[in-house]
Ligand binder design. Structure first.
Ligand SMILES: C[S@@+](CC[C@H](N)C(=O)[O-])C[C@H]1O[C@@H](n2cnc3c(N)ncnc32)[C@H](O)[C@@H]1O
Length: 396
């Protein structure tokens, strides 16, 4: 009988060497594996990054090894994990050039079917100024299925919705972890919750069991827990697991839980929706013409452009929170400034300002959506209220 290091609702941790512990888990029980194994890139070298001499040393567990040793390590844990996965289960493994070619080859040798290689493009990489390298700004994720044939879980519709109506590509632009997810401790290679949010939403369903054999600070477990999935994590370091336990305790507070879910689901790259509250007759006129307008300035005359405008792809029109209609803009992030007189030529009767922000939308087909965010605070016609599209798509 295995004794967990920690167990709280649907969140189980083992403090052990994965190379031995994985064998003791139940066969065919895991829906999805996410593994962020050692990349074996710590060389102890120093490199000039953004004007600072940075030591390339993550810890003894990450020290460079020979190609044969890296292959041996990967083969051992990948083979072990395979027998624990359900037949339609999938595995995500992250890496850089140091380990990822070994990972890919060993997956294939062990009978996995590669589904995709995803490039995680860091939107805020640290510049390298040693004059010898391009700035390192990506990591690779290999996504593979246990069986060569058959179907695996991919929540295509949901990912299309979250991606502004377009199929999600294999390049994911996501920032490195922010201060909001580093409140409980330090891990040198902590992954962003936003990355795990996307992996988990795309390839699992509520109630699924996710295994992370190199759990570290338990980013996978935190994202899994927040999204209603079960989690088993393994790490050989108690210090890292304790960090993970503190993170888990942190999300037991309903306020913090809600705040982190919101942050995690707000991809700074995600398309946004502008909310426009308008009188009934005006709304009908907007739908008829495909023109939505907002007063361009505040009472002091400043232009009201808020962060998120550049990613604007949809407009939501409503009257006092009712009769809501969502439309796609004709061009993402593009708006015109029109005078009152120009709007009048299109049959409107603007009366509050000399200039207006004008957005053109496709009035031929309203976009279906699942849920309405609270619109009460956005009843002011004149302030651009911008929300991420995920607020409308029913993601808990
Ligand atoms: C790249 S880090 C994972 C970081 C994690 N994704 C996060 O967001 O915090 C790899 C982790 O694997 C652990 N590790 C390395 N070799 C291990 C082994 N043989 N068994 C269990 N854990 C191991 C290290 O302690 C380290 O925390």
């Amino acid at each position: 009988m295995l004794t967990p290091y920690h167990q709280s609702n649907y969140f189980t941790l083992f403090n052990a060497d994965s190379l031995t512990l994985i064998d003791q888990l139940e066969d065919n029980s895991i829906d999805v594996v996410f593994a962020d194994p050692p990349y074996f890139l710590s060389s102890g070298r120093k490199m000039d990054i953004a004007g600072r001499n940075v030591h390339f040393e993550k810890g003894a567990w990450d020290r460079s090894r020979s190609t044969e040793e890296i292959d041996q390590f990967n083969n051992k844990w990948i083979k072990a994990v395979r027998s624990k996965m359900k037949e339609n289960g999938t595995i995500w493994i992250s890496g850089t050039f140091h380990n990822i070619f070994s990972v890919e080859r060993i997956l294939v040798e062990n009978g996995f079917k590669i589904i995709n290689l995803v490039s995680w493009q860091k939107s805020n990489p640290r510049d390298i100024v040693d004059g010898q390298h391009l700035t390192f700004s990506t990591e690779i994720l290999v996504w593979a299925r246990k069986s060569l044939h058959g179907k695996h879980c991919y929540n295509h519709e949901l990912m299309v919705q979250l991606n502004g109506g377009k199929p999600l590509t294999d390049v994911w632009k996501i920032p490195t972890p922010g201060s909001w997810e580093r409140t409980c401790g330090y891990h040198p290679t902590q992954k962003p919750l936003r990355l795990l949010y996307r992996i988990i939403l795309s390839s699992t369903n509520e109630g699924d069991l996710i295994l992370d054999p190199f759990a570290g600070s338990c980013t996978t477990g935190i994202a899994a827990n927040l999204l209603g999935r079960n989690f088993i994590g393994i790490d050989q370091s108690k210090d890292f697991l304790d960090f993970g336990i503190r993170r888990k305790q942190e999300i037991e507070s309903p306020e913090i839980r809600e705040k982190i879910i919101k942050k995690m689901s707000e991809n700074p790259e995600e398309v946004t929706v502008i909310i426009n509250h308008c009188r009934k007759g005006l709304m009908e006129k907007m739908v008829e013409t495909g023109i939505c307008y907002l007063r361009a300035g505040d009472s002091k005359g400043s232009l009201c452009i808020t962060p998120g405008f550049e990613r604007l792809s949809y407009v939501l029109l409503h009257t006092n929170g009712e009769n809501c209609k969502l439309f796609k803009l004709k061009s993402k992030g593009k708006f015109n400034i029109w005078t009152k007189e120009t709007l009048e030529e299109y049959g409107f009767e603007p009366s509050h300002a000399p200039y207006y922000i004008v957005l053109h939308f496709d009035n031929s087909k309203p976009i279906p959506f699942k849920q309405l965010p609270n619109l009460k605070e956005s009843v002011n016609t004149y302030i651009a209220k911008i929300k991420p599209l995920s607020d409308f798509m029913g993601i808990k």
